[in-house]
Design a protein around this ligand. Structure first.
Ligand code: SF4
Length: 207
């Protein structure tokens, strides 16, 4: 197996309604070199964390899933595994009719500087692209984005009509996914979610 056959992921969920339009498969790439203050997925930063999965296995799970309209790829930082990312997106677009939403902690300009002509073969498969680091002081509760410095690009026609609505919407939501004994939070949490959440847990624990 070469590097493009496998991806190091934190996790995936076969269906979520809180990470992009409609119901979607979501996968989190493991590893991120950015160190954003207040990162919502600090466990996802470790480069050798998570687990390896073959791109074929992941594509199989995406193909099998009925009733979803798209796939969201987040992280961690997907572009740290450029070849695996490209292979995954090639497979989604060749084998399904699903749309693709992609997150990166790098801005589009940074990615252009890093990858040059190799960037387009990845981005041509992407319908919605959200770029940039998370800035805690610019977290205004916007849907799909951690903070408002992040830009949303609509590379295809698919969601362009919803552009203004997506930019305006503030009702972020989260879901919990249970896997064995582990519970995973899915989605971008509402602003100030953690202090409120911890307060609630502490109140319950004190009863
Ligand atoms: S880019 Fe994303 S995953 Fe990486 S540190 Fe920042 S918020 Fe966390």
């Amino acid at each position: 197996m070469d590097e493009s056959d496998r991806i190091r992921i934190s996790n995936y969920v076969c269906e979520t309604a809180v990470l992009g339009p409609g119901r979607r498969f979501a996968v989190w790439f493991q590893g991120c070199a950015k160190r954003c203050r207040g990162c919502i997925n600090p466990e996802g930063q470790k480069l050798d964390g998570g687990r390896l999965i073959s791109v074929e296995e992941l594509l199989g799970k995406i193909r099998q899933r009925q009733g979803i309209q798209g796939v969201t790829v987040s992280g961690g930082e997907p572009f740290l595994q450029y070849r695996g990312l490209k292979r995954l997106l090639d497979g989604i677009k060749e084998e399904t009719k699903l749309d693709v939403m992609l997150y990166s902690g790098y801005t589009l300009q940074e990615l252009q500087g890093k990858f040059g002509d190799d960037l387009m073969p990845v981005l041509r498969h992407v319908d919605i692209f959200i770029d940039g680091e998370y800035h805690q002081d610019e977290d205004h509760g916007s849907i799909y984005r951690g903070s408002d410095n992040q830009d949303i690009y609509f590379f295809t026609e698919r969601f362009r009509d919803f552009r203004e609505e997506i930019y305006r919407t503030k009702n972020r939501d989260i879901e919990f996914s249970i896997e064995g004994e582990a519970v995973y939070m899915v989605g971008v949490p509402p602003k100030d979610f953690y202090p409120e959440f911890i307060k609630k847990i502490s109140a319950q624990a004190e009863k």
